[in-house]
Design a protein around this ligand. Structure first.
Ligand code: FES
Length: 112
């Protein structure tokens, strides 16, 4: 591991993420899919696949499922763009993933 320093606050670990996107896990579970080519995938997985992202911290973008964000929209998934955290998105099933990637400032179809 690439950690340095003795004190806890000085420890660092590198990641290749240049964006972090938070996707509500509970919204995703409630929709039971709704995204991807057949509409059977959860949003986080469908978006990762759509953008051909690697896994974990080696990915160019971190798309992370998180606990309920307290919005709990009906028929949509709450999504937070870490770089624009004042403006959350409510993403409906079947949403165009290129459009979503654009709204999140993620280049569509990027590798990594
Ligand atoms: S269930 Fe997703 S924001 Fe609460």
């Amino acid at each position: 591991m690439e950690t340095a320093g003795a004190g806890g606050l000085k420890d660092r670990i590198r990641s290749d993420w240049d964006h972090a996107v938070l996707v509500c896990r509970k919204c995703s579970k409630r929709l039971d899919g709704g995204f991807g080519p057949d509409g059977g995938e959860r949003l986080a997985k469908a978006l990762r696949r759509h953008l051909s992202l690697k896994k974990g911290r080696k990915a160019a973008v971190g798309i992370v499922e998180v606990n309920c964000l307290g919005v709990c929209p009906k028929g949509a998934v709450t999504v937070v763009d870490g770089a624009q955290s004042r403006d959350w998105l409510l993403v409906r099933p079947g949403a165009d993933l290129d459009e979503l990637a654009g709204a999140l400032n993620l280049p569509a179809g990027r590798r990594g």
